[in-house]
Design a protein around this ligand. Structure first.
Ligand SMILES: [Zn+2]
Length: 289
């Protein structure tokens, strides 16, 4: 069976190291369908999506993890999002053609922000400069600085697949330094082609066949956008009556297209009036109390 759109976690049973593997196929193609940009721009998005799925599985939370890269270069914004249910979406904004090169060449001066929007509690945010040969290198720096856990990532994306491998040391183990170095040396022999071609267990066997590796059940990943009419109504309400009425002077409807999934939401004069009046009533009753 060919594995696709799956996340798999694994553990080296006798060593202080855990890992994750992800292969996005249909979900990657669906996410990419709504984004423009040359092959290398799309590749950044694919790598970011593979990364955010794996990173979201390294922490326990309910909600969504957002990886955002922003810079002043040819790629302005890159967003990759994964929920705890392994639903992904992403977007990329910038020039259609971007010269390949290290991250600085594509993003200019920039930073990578990792946010966890948890249903319970305030959002967590970590920031790291967007410097290095690729996204995997930036994320390794991030883990060293913020988590102080040795972490290695391999991320690749092409037109049909986005794949990732993550290795991370477990907090405080005996012999952990030697264990980590041993696993790292073995993992360093992995090739892009193997990452695209092999299933999880094939890849783990290819790299670590001398080790006892426990592979956990596969978790399906799918493209799914969280946009909704009611969320856009909130945004419209926040814009305020004056601005909305100005737009409606020039056209009959306000049209909003979701940047992640291209879903089109239309609001006519009656819709807008309903939004403004409903929320105004709610706001009024709040101020009275
Ligand atoms: Zn959407």
């Amino acid at each position: 069976m060919i594995e696709q759109d799956l996340l798999r976690r694994f553990l080296f049973e006798e060593l202080g190291v855990r890992g994750e593997w992800v292969k996005l196929t249909n979900s990657w193609q669906a996410a990419k369908l709504h984004q423009r940009g040359s092959e290398n721009v799309q590749q950044q998005l694919g790598e970011a999506l593979a990364a955010v799925v794996m990173l979201s599985a390294t922490v326990k939370f309910k909600g969504s993890m957002i990886l955002q890269a922003q810079g002043d270069g040819d790629i302005k914004t890159l967003v990759a999002q994964a929920t705890d249910q392994r639903k992904i979406r992403g977007l990329v904004r910038g020039k259609d053609k971007v010269n390949p090169g290290p991250l600085e060449a594509m993003f200019g001066q920039g930073r990578l922000v990792l946010t966890i929007e948890s249903e319970s509690g305030s959002p967590y945010q970590g920031v790291v400069p967007l410097q290095g040969s690729n996204l995997a290198a930036v994320l390794q720096t991030y883990f060293e600085q913020s988590e102080q856990l040795k972490t290695r990532l391999w991320l690749f994306a092409n037109a049909t697949q986005a794949v990732g491998l993550l290795l991370q040391e477990l907090p405080v183990q005996e012999n952990y330094q030697a264990d980590w170095e041993h696993i790292e040396i073995l993992a360093n022999t992995v090739t892009e082609q193997e990452m695209f071609d092999l299933d999880c267990e094939q890849l783990l066997y290819r790299l670590f066949n001398q080790e006892k590796v426990r592979v956990f059940d596969a978790e399906p990943v799918e493209f799914s956008c969280a946009c909704s009419r009611s969320n856009i109504e909130k945004t419209l309400f926040a814009m305020g009556r004056t601005e909305l009425e100005d737009i409606l002077k020039e056209r009959d409807i306000i049209e909003v297209n979701c940047e992640f999934c291209s879903e089109r939401y239309c609001f006519d004069k009656v819709d807008v009036e309903t939004i403004l009046s409903q929320k105004t009533i709610a706001a009024d009753s709040e101020t009275r109390h």
